[in-house]
Design a protein around this ligand. Structure first.
Ligand SMILES: Cc1cc2nc3c(=O)[nH]c(=O)nc-3n(C[C@H](O)[C@H](O)[C@H](O)COP(=O)(O)O)c2cc1C
Length: 220
């Protein structure tokens, strides 16, 4: 695939980044620190993701203090361990089996992960969100999280998107000095990855999941 003549983008490289940025857990190098300036670069890139009204109500926190990571890891395991153990029925095929094994590894090792990166939003969602409000609320933060993961991947840094600890959001907020007016959106486990043999996961073809003009009408 050539460079796009108008944009100059190397399409093969761009698509390789987009299709091989995986959730990395077992291949995080637990022995190598991730410099703050590299994480800030990724956050800088992530700041260009779309946000409703361009309001920039997103915030980030890098957590690499060992005692703080250990306290978060305890809360994470309290939710993650029983969830993963009780969801044996999710092990429907080899791939889902691998995700559960990988997630279990992270539960066991979260405290050793070099950096935890917390994505935050500066306000609380209204108590009863309509579908549209929920879409706009989380949709104004989550694209940036994915951009962070892409920027990190290009720099040799893997990350894993997690939400287990959010069941204990208030306790974690207190631990980190986060005011109750702020929402935690997700926690990325971040570290340099070992090896570089990430391959695209099997996904349904676009043709199968896309309709033209009318529900279920195929694109021809
Ligand atoms: C909203 C959301 C929440 C997730 N929560 C967790 C989590 O708490 N723990 C975990 O190990 N993985 C979590 N994951 C990752 C998924 O379980 C799964 O590994 C991932 O979607 C597979 O992506 P991959 O093809 O990039 O590996 C979460 C992903 C998303 C998008």
């Amino acid at each position: 695939m050539p460079h796009d003549p108008r944009t100059g983008f190397d399409l093969a490289e761009t698509d390789r980044l987009l299709t091989t940025t995986k959730q990395v857990r077992q291949r995080l190098d637990l022995t190598r620190a991730v410099p703050h300036d590299v994480l800030l670069e990724c956050i800088e890139v992530a700041g260009h993701a779309p946000m409703g009204g361009n309001l920039e109500r997103n915030r980030w926190m890098i957590i690499d203090d060992p005692a703080t990571k250990a306290a978060i890891a305890t809360r994470f395991a309290e939710v993650g361990r029983p969830y993963l153990a009780s969801n044996a029925e999710l092990r429907v095929d080899q791939r889902s089996q691998h995700v559960i094994d990988s997630a279990t590894f992270l539960v066991d090792h979260l405290a050793e992960v070099p950096a935890l990166v917390l994505s935050l939003r500066l306000d609380r969602a209204p108590l009863h969100l309509s579908q549209g409000q929920a879409a706009a609320y989380y949709g104004s933060v989550l694209p940036g999280v994915w951009s962070f993961q892409l920027a990190a991947r290009a720099r040799g840094i893997g990350s894993a998107w997690t939400t287990f600890h959010l069941e204990h959001e208030a306790e974690i907020a207190e631990l980190l000095g986060i005011p109750p007016t702020v929402t935690q959106v997700c926690l990325l486990a971040v570290g340099y990855y070992t090896g570089d043999s990430f391959t695209p996961a099997p996904r349904r073809p676009a043709q199968e999941i896309t309709f033209l003009n009318r529900w279920k009408q195929p694109v021809v």
